[in-house]
Structure formats: structure tokens, C-alpha cells
Write a protein that binds this ligand. Structure first.
Ligand SMILES: [Zn+2]
Length: 249
């Protein structure tokens, strides 16, 4: 009896965060690591701020909006052989794709916070650059009129903004394809992710593949899950009698 009371009173481990010596009944597990209750709660709150399926939902909606916008963009591109491209396709294409790219960057940042994929930042920057190019192009289109029209000398910024837009869009799609292959284990739906990757890579080369590529990218984000949601992060210490009964052996 007295021996067991002594066991309970003795510090048996240290908190991994603050180093405080912990008695057996003070220990909680934070993702399996020994921690004090206070530090575990703090870490949990901090993590919940950054690991949320919301990032992926916003990214998925962004990809859907971009997929719709790609229809206008593709139709506008078809007319580029005989300019000027029609107003509704250019405006809907560039505005929706730019909005989609902005929202996609949130999904990409979610890849970093949820899955610890540093590529997420690179992808977010690529898609934001594409978004910026698209907005500049759209602004020029609305203020100056279509490029290459008979009464206008097309300013270089017009062509540059289009390159920036297409570069950001296609590079982020191509990198998404590569990233999706790398994260297929996190995701758990291999066939779909590989199809997405393939379509994304194709989409980066062929304009007309933008629609399936962006649709699949949307499915990828919308079916993704935050890594830590499967288990509660903070759990009480499992009492393992063997581990504590003979601490000196
Ligand atoms: Zn602590």
C-alpha cells in the first residue's frame, strides 16, 4: 500500500514541451508524446488554428471556379487566331481563373500546414503570380480594349501580363501534378490522385485539358482530409502497469 502511494508521488517523466517533471497521473499524450496537460492543450489550440480541412475546401472551390473559368479562357484562346477575342469569354475566363487561382493558393498553403509539404508555399506563390497576371490582363482588356485590334498598338505589358498569367497557371498545375504523386499516400485514393496528376500535367501543356485537370484538382482538394483529424490529439496516458511497476529494472 505505502509503496504504491510512493510510486504515484514520484516524477516518472518530463514534459516534452516545458520539461516539467511529471508524476504518473499528470501525464497526457500529445500525438503520442509525453506532455503536461497545460502544454498539450496549448499545442492543440495552436495546431487547430493551422490544420483545418477548411484550407482544402477553399482550395477545392477555387479549383471548381477556375474550371468554369477555363471554358471562357479556352474559347477566348480559340479566337486568338482571328483577334479580337469576344468580350464575354475573355472577361469570364480571366476573372474566374484569377479568382480560382487566388482561392487555390489557400488550398496549397493548407498542404503545408496539414501535411507538412513545403511545396505548398511554392505552389501558392505560383498561383498568386498567375492570379496577379490575370487581373492585370483583365484590367488592360477592360480599359484599352482587346489586344491586336486594328486601331491599337498593343503595349508590351499586355503580352507580359498574359505570359505571367499563363505561366503561373500552368506551372502551378504542373507542380500540382508532381505534388499529387508525392502525397498520394497521405491522400489514400491512389487511382484518382494519379489521374489528377496526369491530367494536371497534361493541362500544363495543352490548353484544352485545363477543364478536366482543374476539375480533378478540385476533387483532390475536396476529398483531402486534415492529417490529425482521425485521432484526438490529446489523450490521457494509458496506464501500463509493467512500465511503472519496476522502474529500476
Ligand atoms: Zn509542459
Amino acid at each position: 500500500m505505502s509503496e504504491s502511494i510512493q510510486q504515484e508521488d514520484k516524477a516518472v517523466a518530463n514534459c516534452i514541451f516545458c520539461g516539467k517533471p511529471l508524476k504518473r497521473d499528470e501525464i497526457v499524450r500529445y500525438h503520442g508524446a509525453i506532455s503536461c496537460q497545460e502544454c498539450a492543450e496549448k499545442a492543440k489550440m495552436q495546431q487547430e488554428r493551422f490544420t483545418s480541412p477548411l484550407f482544402f475546401i477553399i482550395g477545392g472551390i477555387g479549383a471548381l471556379i477556375a474550371a468554369v473559368g477555363s471554358i471562357g479562357y479556352i474559347l477566348a484562346s480559340l479566337f486568338s487566331f482571328a483577334p479580337p477575342a469576344p468580350y464575354p469569354w475573355v472577361v469570364s475566363g480571366y476573372s474566374l481563373l484569377s479568382l480560382g487561382l487566388a482561392l487555390l493558393s489557400v488550398g496549397y498553403i493548407g498542404l503545408y500546414f496539414n501535411w507538412d509539404r513545403k511545396w505548398g508555399f511554392v505552389l501558392a506563390i505560383c498561383s498568386l503570380i498567375g492570379c496577379l497576371g490575370g487581373l492585370i490582363y483583365l484590367n488592360l482588356y477592360l480599359t484599352l480594349g482587346p489586344p491586336g485590334s486594328w486601331d491599337m498598338v498593343t503595349p508590351p505589358i499586355y503580352i507580359i501580363s498574359q505570359y505571367v498569367f499563363e505561366g503561373g497557371l500552368f506551372i502551378s498545375l504542373a507542380l500540382s501534378g508532381a505534388l499529387i504523386i508525392l502525397t498520394r499516400d497521405d491522400h489514400g485514393i491512389e487511382v484518382l490522385t494519379l489521374a489528377t496528376a496526369g491530367a494536371s500535367l497534361l493541362g500544363s501543356a495543352i490548353t484544352y485539358f485545363l477543364l478536366p485537370a482543374l476539375t480533378l484538382l478540385s476533387i483532390y482538394f475536396l476529398t483531402a482530409r486534415a492529417v490529425w483529424t482521425s485521432q484526438p490529439p490529446v489523450r490521457p496516458e494509458v496506464k501500463r502497469k509493467e512500465a511503472y511497476a519496476y522502474p529500476n529494472k
